[in-house]
Design a protein. Structure first.
Lengths: 406, 406
């Protein structure tokens, strides 16, 4: 498995994309906000979506369009979530039609996604104006513009791609995502699109995606709020020419491992670029009775406001980590817990067998002043392991979210 | 029922208290940090405690001391939580002994509580020095000093008392509490002590306390973190001379309603003085299928970081309220939800039948600029109702928690 420099959704064979300034928010005259991704041919496809009962109309329609396991293109916008709008389904349907007409494909093969403010009517004119133009500039270089077009409060574009060999053929998987706020486990992103030229059945694609998401996007939390628009979709067009993956054999494993690695990279990118974040926080739990317990414990730590604020303040107040483990709901023996911090600045043990250690404050500061901090929790009860990804809680999170609409 | 001006734990007959500067944190030379409350006679007593698996040694010992349903005094400190310390049980025991010796009572009738930093060894010298002094200055005016002595990052003292008539006798209930951070439902406070001169059996006292807590302290969240030290204890000494309450009759109801009203006042005080808070946020949910659903929905709204930041920013982004309702886990029909905001500045409807309304931004600003904001959620599905209490998320929350230990 090899990561491709500057890779993204147009890295796999047969995919093109484009992004443009559509002016979905009338005040926006400079940032790309509408994008399309398309495959030359119909793809097998799978998706996972928000579990919030309040859903964007785009999510409702995409789930419907994915029922037959095929898709050929994606249309997405930022600046408006198309959620809690009386005419939401009509607008989402119109977006699919515009994309289908411009690309000459079936409208039921279009994936639609929106992100931005909830509860404001989505203007359709920007799409009527922009989608035909987009169709005219779709290219192999367009993936990065598509990544920009879905950004909201993100400060960096999130894109990546990996290359593997399946059945003697070079297979590529590419991804773009946007995250930033309203991000919580199940799922940890608002929008992410994955493309691959692998030949794989819709059933195996869905299985691989579920496996990958479970240990990546679903282990990210920025602020504990599960969005109404979370959408992760994968399209596989088979252009690589490998023998189609139809069972959970060796090729399935290779493909799923690569997809998982790719999704983990994106999960870390999402966490590191959380709204207002200055640090990526990783919690690695080991020695849990079960994998489920390890996941619960790791997520509880990275979700704690007090732990997040402490990481921002570079203060090794490990009592807060014990506290978050204690209320996690997972079955632990407090008197067996060891905790340490590690980063490029070194590592330091702060708790052994549930009791705090006297530690070198200077070394702690050196470890915690880095940009990527790992909190290691050893429960000493079994072999369950998990990793969760979060970020610090900062003044800027409050600033960004205190007045998001204006 | 009548609230008593400047009332607190020494308002009921037969209770005295005192607070003093003990220097639990060596750097503290001015703030009261050790306190005692005592009754002239042995009381019936009940308590509810943190459900966090990581518990202060003070909590462990107090639960044990309350097993027989009696108690006579409280000793508590701020500045150190006595949690995650290898010698924690020994120190908690020593605090009880010192109080019992100084007051001339049985050490198993002492309630002990600590609040402050987790994982630092509790120095016992400040108690050896201060507790005999405290015993010498216990008075009917000392309740307010006791309230000060348990404050950590609290900015205001929290005390209240009510007077009721039971069986022709004047009965008083008084309370003090400290809150501020690491506060979450189950329970919404770190420490709170209630005293009453009512005659009531230990069983009925526990029942009344549980009822009251359920709709007050347990409906408060500041930051989602359930503390390791949460302790709420009530002592009843029977000095009022009413016939002892031993069943759930009319007197039980009068007493429990008064206790509930008192706890609700304290819950609002705790929420309004949350770490860094500038506004009290109340979410009232009505029309839920069940009371349980209403509670779940109300708590989800006041716990949402995005809603909290929005209230700080005085931005009527009601989509975030819908979002929090949608992921609450409660059984709701999104298409039936109405939402409005109200305050002393007026009221404004922002969502009807699950769709956002176009509303007057000027009026919204006028409603949201007040100090106490109520979010009204009507689910239109049944008769379940609940209220939850929270606060806004501010720069100062991050500042306070970024470097708490120093």
């Amino acid at each position: 498995m090899k990561f491709i420099e500057n890779g993204n959704v147009t890295s796999p064979g047969g995919f093109t994309a484009a992004g443009a300034v559509g002016g979905v928010k009338p005040s926006n005259t400079t940032k790309r906000d509408i994008m399309m991704i398309a495959s030359d041919t119909v793809c097998t496809a799978a998706g996972v979506f928000t579990k919030n009962l309040v859903k964007s109309s785009a999510v409702v329609l995409t789930k419907k369009n994915l029922e037959n396991g095929t898709a050929q293109a994606v249309i997405a916008n930022s600046g408006n979530a198309n959620t809690c709008n009386a005419d939401g389904m009509e607008k989402a349907g119109r977006m699919c039609e515009l994309a289908a007409d411009a690309l000459g494909i079936d409208k039921s093969d279009v994936i639609v996604a929106s992100t931005g403010v909830i509860g404001q009517v989505l203007p359709i004119e920007p799409f009527e104006r922009t989608v035909p133009q987009l169709a005219g500039i779709m290219s192999k270089e367009g993936g990065t513009d598509a990544a920009e077009a879905i950004m909201t409060t993100d400060t960096v574009k999130k894109e990546a791609a990996v290359e593997i060999e399946l059945d003697g053929k070079k297979v590529t998987i590419g991804v773009i995502a946007k995250g930033s706020g309203m991000i919580h486990i199940n799922m940890g992103t608002m929008l992410s699109f994955v493309t691959t030229d692998a030949a794989i059945s819709a059933e195996m694609l869905h299985s691989a995606l579920t496996e990958a998401v479970d240990v990546s996007y679903n282990m990210v939390s920025i602020d504990g709020d599960t969005s109404t628009n979370d959408t992760l979709v994968i399209l596989a067009n088979g252009k690589a020419g490998n023998e189609e993956i139809t069972t959970r054999g060796a090729d399935y494993r290779t493909f799923t491992d690569a997809l998982t690695a790719l999704c983990r990279v994106m999960a870390k990118k999402l966490a590191a670029d959380g709204e207002g974040a200055t640090k990526l926080m990783i919690c690695k739990v080991s020695g849990a009775k079960t994998t489920g317990d390890a996941k619960t414990a790791a997520k509880s730590v990275i979700c704690s406001s007090l732990v997040k604020a402490m990481i921002f303040g570079e203060d090794a107040n490990a009592g807060r980590i014990l506290c978050a483990l204690g209320y996690s709901g997972c079955d632990i023996d407090v008197d067996l817990i060891d905790v340490s911090f590690s980063s490029d600045g070194g590592s330091i043990s702060v708790c052994e067998k549930g009791s705090m250690l006297a530690f070198d404050e200077e070394l702690a500061k050196k470890v915690l002043c880095e940009k990527e901090i790992t909190i290691l929790v050893e429960l000493n009860e079994g072999s369950g392991e998990a990793e969760a990804y979060g970020c610090d809680l900062t003044y800027d999170y409050v600033k960004i979210n205190g007045d998001y609409r204006t």
